[in-house]
Design a protein. Structure first.
Length: 276
């Protein structure tokens, strides 16, 4: 089923201050760059209960985020502005209609931290503990569950994958690389190329490999040694098939040609040539 999303670019900049909401839904997301916090002074909605995500620049292997809740984001962010250096923009989720309660946003914070940790696409250094969910009436919990699903959709809509767990659909093929000691498998989707847990990764890199240090950091975080092999301990999604293949092989690679399905068809022949 299709959805209609209304987005308003407040300063006309697609990377600047904006808000978005889904038609016939109460969840409204504000995106506020750190460089434009003065905007908060003009928005009464952002001085009421909300749950929020602070998004930062890439760490060594993945970007950093902080998830929180507040009764007044304008006041709360003053502390974050003074004490947290990593973040560059905030996603603030509020109700377009009746204001949420403190318990509502605590419940949303609980769900958000739990799901972000499960997705494991961002570093949550300051969210070491997942807070307990408050006791909400059943009807209110259902309402907040729906609100949270809309918040996840809106975050994804602007390209933030903090809650996304890549899983192959029934219609998606699995592709393999079996060389240089590798036994890797993965799938291609709208999120990029996901190398699946349990894949065996090449231990070494060739001299011409360009990002050895970053790859080593990724290996330390995402693999474990099993005998002579390095085995991926969780699914890892890359922005392109070639980056995924280079990580797996430890050498330059055209992932469109190196990833092949069980019948020997390249990723290129399966996906790029669909219109031929």
């Amino acid at each position: 089923m299709g959805k209609t999303v209304t987005t308003y670019l407040i300063d006309g900049d697609p990377k600047g201050t904006q808000y978005a909401f889904i038609s016939n839904k109460i969840c409204q997301m504000f995106v506020v760059p750190r460089s434009n916090l003065s905007y908060l002074n003009t928005q009464e909605k952002l001085q009421k209960p909300a749950f929020y995500i602070l998004l930062g620049e890439d760490e060594a292997t993945k970007p950093q985020a902080y998830i929180g809740e507040t009764e007044n984001f304008r006041e709360r962010v003053k502390d974050h502005d003074n004490k947290k250096s990593f973040w560059q923009k905030a996603l603030i989720f509020v109700s377009k209609d009746a204001d949420m309660t403190k318990a509502d946003v605590q419940y949303l914070e609980h769900k958000a931290i739990a799901e972000a940790k499960k997705a494991n696409t961002f570093v949550l250094s300051d969210n070491k503990q997942t807070p307990k969910a408050p006791n909400l009436p059943e009807y209110r919990q259902d309402s907040m569950d729906e609100f949270f699903e809309d918040a996840k959709f809106l975050a994804s809509f602007i390209g933030c994958n903090i809650f996304e767990i890549s899983q192959p659909k029934a219609t998606e093929n699995l592709f393999y690389i079996k060389r240089r000691g590798c036994e890797a498998k993965g799938f291609y989707s709208s999120n990029g190329f996901t190398v699946q847990k349990g894949s065996v990764i090449a231990k070494t890199v060739v001299p011409s490999f360009g990002w050895k240090d970053k790859r080593n950091e990724m290996l330390q975080e995402h693999t474990v040694a099993e005998g002579e092999h390095l085995v991926l301990t969780s699914d890892k999604t890359f922005s392109s098939p070639s980056t995924a293949a280079m990580f797996v092989l430890g050498r330059p690679s055209n992932g469109w040609m190196d990833w092949k399905d069980n019948d020997g068809n390249t990723l290129d022949s399966v996906y790029r040539k669909q219109l031929e």
